[in-house]
Design a protein around this ligand. Structure first.
Ligand code: 5AD
Ligand code: SF4
Length: 443
């Protein structure tokens, strides 16, 4: 690592990958602000922190091209920190491969950033990929709300060991944050002006903790308690695993008004043989039953999912089973990926890895189907009246962008960030919708 240098006064965080990284990025930014550093752009910050994703090879490799660019930045190379799951997976190998990197910090150790920055300033090695028993959350500065919609990580890690997935290795074992910690953070966000909270976890619906009376609660209990928090208008959660979809959580979709009608519940494949090879521990029929049960209590629910095409050994017929499953579910949206072999995972060494052009073709067909479903779902909301929560300005002058209960982006004229406004959906495209403000009778 490099020789002594001035301490950074400004920072920039760039997050890749999932919402949990977005959350971690926000908390790292708050930590550096608490240390007296100010936020700046990637082109002029003294410290650039790349908060990385290791889920697929492409995501993991992106960081090295970013490091290369930063190393040659006009106006001088910043201090470069690599955080997130690539940091966890590759650790001290990173500064060996990319000499421009000054600091490496894993997702469970980022509360130690101030000390690591001091090490890097002094020219000492600064690599920390510990998974300390004491939670980083206790060491971070208290949360400040402000954004209309905020993420709140309640659960981290995964014990499911799907055979393709690095998460159990990079994020560690499943851990739920305690009841009081979550409630306090939610209150701090709402006190600061946040009106919508999305509870996050790799397996968020496996969250469990004792409430203030010592009673064991699941995610549904937490959602019901948050529903009673004055000022919190909307609750969402992701990502869920089918095997942790408890009866109480399904019921909550029917009777908790602030729980938004959106469910991200990945099935990954429509083939039972592939699901078994993936170690998913559920079959397609049980997944479809869950969707039916949620729809029985909340018929308008928007169902989202994740699909992997080209898992080792996937035949044409098995891929067709996935398309058939998607047709049966009817998604409001879904994410889809080409299988990417990840180091250390069982699937990476399985026979019958699928050729890239076969994966490309399957992905195209699957994405076309999901695109059709997304458009159909969006069109079906035309004529509906709903509240949207305004999150930011739109591209046109005077236009604002908000989210519908079904997590669609809705453009309207006028309004302020943080407003919940009643609109009628008047037009729908694949990615966004247009809404017209409803004039209240008294107005
Ligand atoms: N290759 C492709 N997609 C993957 N995912 C996880 N691991 C891999 C992999 N090795 C997908 C799954 C998961 C989502 C977050 O990323 O669909 O639900
Ligand atoms: Fe990865 Fe499976 Fe855990 Fe999801 S449930 S994080 S896909 S191992």
């Amino acid at each position: 690592m490099s020789s002594p240098r001035p301490a950074p006064k400004s920072f920039h965080v760039k997050s890749f990958g999932c919402q949990m990284n977005v959350y971690d990025g926000a908390r790292m930014a708050e930590l550096m602000q608490a240390e007296g550093m100010v936020e700046a752009g990637a082109d002029d910050a003294d410290l650039v922190l790349l908060n990385t994703c290791h889920i697929r090879e492409k995501a993991a490799e992106k960081v090295y091209s970013d490091i290369g660019r930063l190393a040659k930045r006009a106006g001088g190379k910043p201090m470069i920190a690599v955080a997130g799951c690539v940091a966890q997976a590759e650790g001290a190998e990173i500064p060996k491969r990319a000499k421009a990197v000054d600091l490496v910090v894993g997702p469970q150790a980022y509360h130690r950033l101030p000390g690591l920055i001091a090490d890097a300033v002094a020219g000492r090695p600064a690599v920390d990929t510990d998974m300390p028993a004491a939670s980083k959350f206790d060491a971070l500065p208290a949360r400040r709300g402000g954004a209309p919609s905020a993420f709140l990580t309640v659960q981290e890690g995964c014990d499911k060991f799907c055979t393709y997935c690095v998460v159990p290795y990079t994020r560690g074992a499943e851990v739920s944050r305690p009841w009081a910690a979550v409630m306090d953070e939610a209150k701090a966000l709402v006190d600061g002006g946040t009106r919508e909270i999305t509870l996050l976890g790799q397996n968020v619906n496996a969250w469990t903790a004792e409430d203030e009376t010592g009673r064991a609660q699941g995610l549904d209990g937490l959602i019901r308690a948050l529903d009673r928090l004055p000022g919190l208008e909307r609750i969402r959660y992701m990502t869920s695993h089918p095997n942790d979809m408890a009866d109480g959580l399904i019921a909550a979709h029917g009777d908790v008004a602030s729980l938004m009608p959106f469910l991200h519940l990945p099935v990954q494949s429509g083939s039972d043989r592939i699901l078994k090879a993936m170690n998913r521990a559920h079959d397609l029929a049980s997944y479809l039953r869950l969707i039916d049960r949620v729809r029985a209590v909340r018929p308008d629910i928007a169902v989202s999912g994740d699909y992997i095409v080209g898992f080792p050994g996937e035949t044409d017929a098995e891929f067709e089973e996935t398309l058939a499953a998607i047709r049966e579910v009817g998604h409001a949206q879904a994410y889809s990926f080409k299988y990417s072999p990840r180091p250390g995972t069982p699937a990476a060494t399985m026979d019958d890895q699928i050729a890239p052009q076969v994966m490309d073709e399957r992905l195209q067909r699957l994405q076309a189907l999901i695109g059709d479903q997304q458009l159909a779902f969006n069109r079906a909301t035309i004529g509906r009246t709903c509240d949207i929560l305004i999150e930011r300005k739109g591209k046109q002058p005077g236009q604002m962008l908000g989210k519908s209960p079904w997590l669609q982006s809705v453009l309207i004229d006028g309004g302020e960030i943080g407003d919940l406004v009643e609109v009628e959906i008047v037009a729908a495209g694949p990615q966004s919708m247009h809404g017209e403000r409803q004039r209240r009778a008294a107005a």
